[in-house]
Design a protein around this ligand. Sequence first.
Ligand code: C5P
Length: 409
Amino acid sequence: MSEKIESEKTNHLQKKLVLGITGGIAAYKCADLVRRLKERGFEVRVVMTVSAAKFITPVTLQAVSGYPVHQDLFDAEMEASMGHIELARWADYILVAPATANTISKLVHGKADNLLTTLILASRASLLVAPAMNQQMWANTVTQNNIRVLESSEVIILGPEEGEQACGDLGAGRMMEPVDIANQLLMLVNKRNILANKKVVITAGPTVEAIDPVRYISNHSSGKMGFALARAARLEGAEVELVSGPVALCEPAGVNMTRVTSAAEMLEVVKQKIKNADIFIGCAAVADYTPVEVASQKIKKNQELMNIQLKKNSDILTWVASQEGRPYVVGFAAESQNIKEFARKKLENKKLDLICANDISCQNMGFNSENNQLFLIDCCGVEKQLSVASKIVLAQQVIQEIELRMKTD
Ligand code: C5P
């Protein structure tokens, strides 16, 4: 276990969590989920539906959680040891993962037809739901409406993620990875509402610069860091405007998101959203150059050599930083060498308040990866290394570092 997780564990001694597993194929990931939650200091009691037990055995979950698994509302023995009402009172958090479309629908309608749904109705614990289902079931208007109802009742929706599905489909509906679910819970436990009444504008993802109707110039940015920052800022009570280039990520709950394509479009949206903002975080990997001309028809390959003339894009960060009454401005620097030196130069040239630099030459870090490592330098010259962690954990730390500096400004 990393030192980071060890130190965070001590912040919230033994939070009590009921993990409700419902009958989706992603249930097989729940042994790992329990382990990750326990690593982060949660005491976990597992409740399973009948169909969940078709995907993972109660014995496995008993072994990893260290407690008997609750399955049946009418099991006299289990009710005698810790009855469902007692369990409902015991829990600080109830996490339903994976949450099927069926269980989500039951939660919306207040059904209490099994142990898990009864427990949820009888509890005052914070409820988190990690949907997992076929992409078509997820996209269905009925499911989407149900999710909106849950969100309006303060239920936290974690994921789902996009990607390949067990059924062979491709799309949104995969359960969020156990490590990310566990990290999100950790963030929830540690949150202090430090950005209440603050407006935060964040850019994320790559930009796509068209060459012709078919080709474009872009980069490998996945948008994960920017989206994690948006979630972290929202969780800390901020009003969040997320301006993202094309990414395969779902809109974070409670965040106002605008999807854009090119750098020019991103700048235009930022100009609209930046009014009254307290913080601007430029996390997007904005293309530095864009074609001078975009061919209206597909360019034919009849030349051996071809030149595309490029012109520099406007720098969004520099534009925001040069505005009168500007917000607190944070930039990112993805570097493959001389990280600190290049980051320091960027901080000065773009007149930033804080820069977060990452080394993209390290394997398994930075672009497209779940993890990152950031080196922070602020306008007073104070430097801080944040150790390797998931982008979700790092995002929360960056938000805390920003708030700390805004307070002392
Ligand atoms: O100059 P460079 O692209 O390396 O700087 C990276 C930082 O500047 C990132 O925070 C990125 O979001 C921001 N940026 C921007 N507009 C551009 C280029 C970069 O806001 N046109």
